[in-house]
Each structure stands twice: as structure tokens, then as C-alpha cells.
Ligand binder design. Structure first.
Ligand code: GRF
Length: 197
């Protein structure tokens, strides 16, 4: 059974989808802990599913390294097989990447390498492109630059605004995440090999 830590900042809808998938006895992974950089509303999903959680509060960019060390210390308590960044709105410091990558994956609401960064949905709309997408990647030291594990296109429709488009991308992100975690758990997807390619 693959053990998973999920790190969030917001509503945690992707976290919830993973918790629901993992509630199926046939699913080969379990979320063992949820972490956040703030008192995120999504922590309520962990509570509802009886999963422990922790908060390592973000104290500003000047303390980024110390924040990363604290995050590493929390994760080390749980020793997950995999750490999933799912809406964690912080770039994790190099010490976190060094400790966990390639067993550190991130979901992103764009078809990487298109539109990396914190405003992927807004940037896709501003670019006037006909389609964007969703991706799951291994986290490396860059900004959304790690090896791709899965991705899918999402068309942009007339009248889309950031919320409406993001609401259509998120279900795709959830489906990709659940499938990637399943494939990692079954050994179908080898993160070390994926990161090396
Ligand atoms: C997702 O689109 C994630 O990729 C992005 O923020 C969103 C998180 O949503 N960076 P939620 O917290 O899972 O609802």
C-alpha cells in the first residue's frame, strides 16, 4: 500500500477526490497525512476522513528555507512513500525537493510547459489560445518544470472566465492525479525512471 502525504493551501478539492478514491479498498494508496501552509479550508476534508493534519505557517519569503526545514521535519514524522502538492501555493525550497523528489509530485492547471506559475488559468485566457489543460509532474527545483507524468487538454470555450475555466480544468486534474497515484502504487509508473528520462 502506497502511503501519501498531501500538501494544500486552499479548498482542497483535489485532496478530497484523492481521499474519496483511497476510501475504496481496491485503490492501492492511502492518504496518511495532510499538510498546509495556512489554516486552509481544505483541512476540513482531512478531518472528515479521520486523517491527521498539520500546518506549517508561511512567514514570508525571508523565512522560506526555515519553512522548508519545518515542512521536512513534519513529513519525516510520517515517512510517506509519496508527497503530493495539490494546490500548495508555495514554491517548495530546494531542501524539500532534495529530500523527497522524485517522490514529490504536483498537479498544475495547464498543459505544461505552457503557462507555468501561480496564474496558469488567467495566463491561458490572456494568451487567447483555444485550449489549455491539466498536468501532473515530478517536482524539481524549477517552477513547474519537472518531468511530466500525465496531461490532458481542456478546450477554452467562448465566455470562459478564470473561475469557469478553472472549474472545468479541476475535474481533469483530479482524474489525472488519482490515476498517477494509482500507477505509482502498482509500480506501473516508476518515478525514478520518469525523473531520469
Ligand atoms: C488546482 O487547480 C491546483 O493545481 C492549483 O490550485 C487548484 C487547487 O484547488 N494550483 P483545490 O485546493 O484542490 O480545490
Amino acid at each position: 500500500m502506497l502511503t501519501v502525504a498531501v500538501l494544500i493551501s486552499g479548498a482542497g478539492s483535489n485532496l478530497r477526490a484523492l481521499l474519496e478514491a483511497a476510501a475504496d479498498p481496491g485503490y492501492p494508496a492511502r492518504v496518511i497525512v495532510v499538510g498546509s501552509d495556512r489554516e486552509a479550508s481544505g483541512l476540513a476534508h482531512a478531518e472528515e476522513f479521520g486523517i491527521p493534519s498539520f500546518v506549517v505557517p508561511w512567514r514570508g519569503a525571508a523565512e522560506r528555507e526555515a519553512w522548508g526545514d519545518e515542512l521536512n521535519a513534519q513529513l519525516a514524522v510520517w515517512q510517506p512513500d509519496l508527497v503530493v502538492l495539490s494546490g500548495l501555493m508555495r514554491l517548495v525550497p530546494p531542501a524539500v525537493v532534495a529530500a523527497w523528489s522524485p517522490h514529490l509530485v504536483n498537479t498544475h492547471p495547464a498543459y505544461l510547459p505552457e503557462f507555468p506559475g501561480a496564474h496558469a488559468v488567467r495566463d491561458a485566457l490572456a494568451a487567447g489560445v483555444p485550449q489549455t489543460g491539466a498536468s501532473v509532474i515530478v517536482v524539481d527545483d524549477g517552477v513547474d518544470s519537472g518531468p511530466l507524468l500525465a496531461q490532458e487538454r481542456v478546450p477554452i470555450e467562448p465566455g470562459d472566465d478564470e473561475t469557469r475555466l478553472h472549474d472545468r480544468i479541476k475535474p481533469v486534474e483530479r482524474r489525472l492525479l488519482i490515476d498517477v497515484v494509482r500507477r505509482i502504487a502498482t509500480g506501473e509508473l516508476d518515478l525514478t525512471a520518469a525523473a531520469a528520462s
